[in-house]
Design a protein around this ligand. Structure first.
Ligand SMILES: Nc1ncnc2c1ncn2[C@@H]1O[C@H](COP(=O)(O)OP(=O)(O)O)[C@@H](O)[C@H]1O
Ligand SMILES: [Mg+2]
Length: 244
């Protein structure tokens, strides 16, 4: 089972957007996927509740809720056969309190907004992760990406320079796009949207998927199974094997 964590100390940086889109990506490729929501705002949980039945199922684990009538470990268990677990985290997360999660993670993704405050918060978070938290193979398993970016702005150029100079890979830039807002409202992922005008956004996800494949999160294994299910078929995102 591959474990992906989405992290950033700042609210609004795109954690839930990234986590839900990743979960949808794996699920719509026939990979048995769970989405764990640690944020008491419950945005990933809400997204899953909006998810139409005809789309590939994703197990919802609302880790912020106190379980009723069952033990916490029972409430937190993934269904048998789960292949990918995506974890959405709250802002202002105490990294040490969640260190057990990081120790098990196959991939940790940090979305960063182009603003001075966000850049500073993300830099501190990455430094803490690299220096104080036990992460397996940290320089290979943690990556940053720029979110909601307009690449022709000064602040984006500053962001991209800082992200490029970090000790971890800077894998992609996601533009500010209504496609994220629309798909989130519908409880689906970008890869499941059927309208036109998606090519640029889908293209910007290719490096994310390639990087995850390099960390063992491989959709190819689930593809045949996915084709057999009568669910919405995914938009094509080319994935090359074994990146990074
Ligand atoms: N690339 C993007 N383009 C447009 N809107 C975005 C993008 N990424 C996130 N958003 C929007 O920004 C808001 C905050 O994003 P969210 O993923 O909830 O952040 P977080 O989970 O870090 O608090 C949401 O309304 C979301 O739809
Ligand atoms: Mg969130």
């Amino acid at each position: 089972m591959q474990r992906i964590i989405v992290l950033n100390p700042k609210g609004g940086s795109g954690k839930t957007t990234l986590a839900t889109n990743l979960a949808a990506y794996f699920a719509c490729h026939g990979i048995k996927t769970a989405l764990i929501d640690y944020d008491s705002q419950g945005s990933s949980t809400d997204w899953l509740e909006r998810r139409p039945r005809e789309y590939a199922a994703i197990q919802c684990i609302s880790a912020f809720r106190h379980p009723h009538g069952v033990t916490r470990s029972f409430a937190m268990r993934t269904e048998p056969g789960t292949e990918v677990v995506v974890t959405d985290t709250p802002g202002a997360l105490d990294l040490m309190q969640f260190s057990h999660l990081f120790a098990q993670a196959d991939a940790i993704l940090i979305p960063v907004l182009p603003s001075a405050i966000d850049i500073r918060a993300a830099t501190d978070c990455v430094n803490k992760l690299l220096d104080n938290v036990q992460v397996r193979d940290p320089e290979r398993r943690i990556a940053v990406l720029a979110n909601r970016s307009r690449t022709n702005t000064k602040v984006y150029k500053k962001l991209s320079t800082i992200l490029t100079e970090m000790r971890i890979p800077f894998i992609t830039t996601l533009r500010d796009s209504q496609n994220y807002v629309t798909s989130a409202e519908e409880g689906i992922g970008l890869f499941e949207m059927q309208q036109s005008g998606m090519v640029r956004d889908l293209k910007s996800w290719e490096p994310v998927i390639e990087w995850l494949v390099g960390r063992g999160c491989d959709v190819q294994a689930g593809k045949d199974k996915g084709d057999k299910e009568e669910k919405h078929s995914p938009r094509q995102v080319p994935v090359s094997q074994g990146a990074g």
